[in-house]
Design a protein around this ligand. Structure first.
Ligand code: NDP
Length: 338
């Protein structure tokens, strides 16, 4: 039976999620990949328990994580039951509904039917009475946002989730969703967008009055937890000299995982330059990529993935990074604009 490290809260930083009462670790762990059927349970255990030992209190799931869909929640549920249950009140567990999960017209998107059924399925797979955060995983162009937000509100009011969140909503959609939730009396806690040095859409103007998603998140008093901060591993030294067989690209994974076509010479040249800059700062490139995101106060938490505990330790050590100098930030901009 696992006993958590006594010093687990010594080195992690906790940030307030928008204007809410909830603190999240600056680095959270996601279970999109590496926690499915093809993965070794002992390795998953090393990563999750190792994360908690280092103050990572937040674990992010979704109904469809695996593969196959549902398996990440099942594996996490088994670990909760066998190892972590005594620590349930120290954990923030999230899940989501919206992407394809089961056959027929109710197995995906943003209807009340999909969200409520999916929430029940997720709780069952994880063996939980409630999750801490329940997300609408993506906006649904064919369902009124009022219906999707009412479903989130119902889930929170029924006690099956403590907080509501949205993911992959653009700036304008976020404003609308936040307004509906506010009216219902269940404020939107958090937005989960993709954000990394290689994908900066959250910084770009996105509303009719020129506000970016990050501006809207701040205006609405929400927090943000940004996913794929390493661009699925490309913002590391891993691919500099070719594609390792055991990497995400090398394993040819399904469900939106990066593939060989997502690497090209121009990108690799930028990655090599960023890597050199990171080494000059006494960091790995993965650490610099995480620290670069955390310099923005509107980013509550950086949501990393990891295929080993060594990787996760390396990522957490990003918190030891020296602050960026103006010249370093300019050099990063110059490399990224090539
Ligand atoms: P990352 O960008 O952090 O990529 C993780 C991968 O990068 C790892 O699997 C590993 O790749 C590599 N890696 C991790 N740490 C290091 C390190 N220190 N040094 C070198 N390589 C490293 O994030 P993900 O794309 O995995 O996404 C993270 C989480 O975000 C997901 O688990 C999920 O919770 C969430 N997410 C949410 C989405 C949404 O729609 N809301 C969509 C996608 C993700 P390798 O396997 O090659 O070793």
């Amino acid at each position: 039976m696992y006993t958590a490290a006594d010093n687990r809260y010594t080195n992690m930083k906790y940030n307030r999620t928008g204007k809410s009462g909830l603190l999240l670790p600056a680095i959270s762990l996601g279970l999109w990949h590496n926690f499915g059927n093809a993965d070794q349970y002992e390795n998953m255990k090393a990563i999750i328990l190792g994360a908690f030992d280092r103050g990572v209190t937040h674990f992010d799931l979704a109904n469809n994580y695996g593969p196959p869909g549902g398996e990440a929640e099942r594996n996490f549920g088994k670990m909760l039951k066998e190892e972590l249950y005594a620590y349930r009140d120290e954990l923030i567990i999230s899940t989501k509904a919206g992407y394809y999960m089961w056959q027929g017209p109710y197995g995906e998107w943003g209807s009340r039917k999909n969200l409520l059924a999916s929430c029940d399925q997720s709780l069952k797979r994880m063996g939980l009475d409630y999750v801490d955060i329940f997300y609408s995983h993506r906006p649904d162009p064919n369902t009124p946002v009022e219906e999707t937000m009412q479903a989130l509100d119902s889930i929170v009011r029924s006690g099956k989730a403590l907080y509501a969140g949205i993911s992959n909503y653009n700036a304008e959609q976020t404003r609308k969703a936040a307004a509906v939730l506010k009216k219902l009396g269940t404020p939107c806690l958090i937005h989960q967008p993709r954000y990394s040095m290689l994908d900066r859409w959250v910084e770009a103007p996105g509303t009719t009055d020129g506000k970016s998603l990050l501006d809207v998140v701040e205006e609405e008093g929400m927090g943000s937890i940004v996913f794929s901060p390493l661009a699925q591993g490309r913002l590391s030294d891993k691919y500099i000299n070719g594609v390792p067989a055991d990497s995400r690209i090398g394993r040819s994974l399904p469900n939106g995982a990066i593939q060989e076509k997502d690497l090209n010479e121009a990108l690799l040249s930028n990655i090599r330059q960023l890597n050199a800059l990171a080494l000059n700062r006494g960091q790995t490139l993965a650490q610099m990529a995480i620290a670069w995101l955390l310099k923005d106060q509107r980013v509550t938490s950086v949501l990393v993935g990891a295929s080993s505990i060594g990787q996760l330790e390396n990522s957490i050590d990003a918190l030891k990074a020296p602050a960026f100098g103006v010249d370093e930030l300019q050099q990063i901009e110059q490399i990224l604009s090539q």
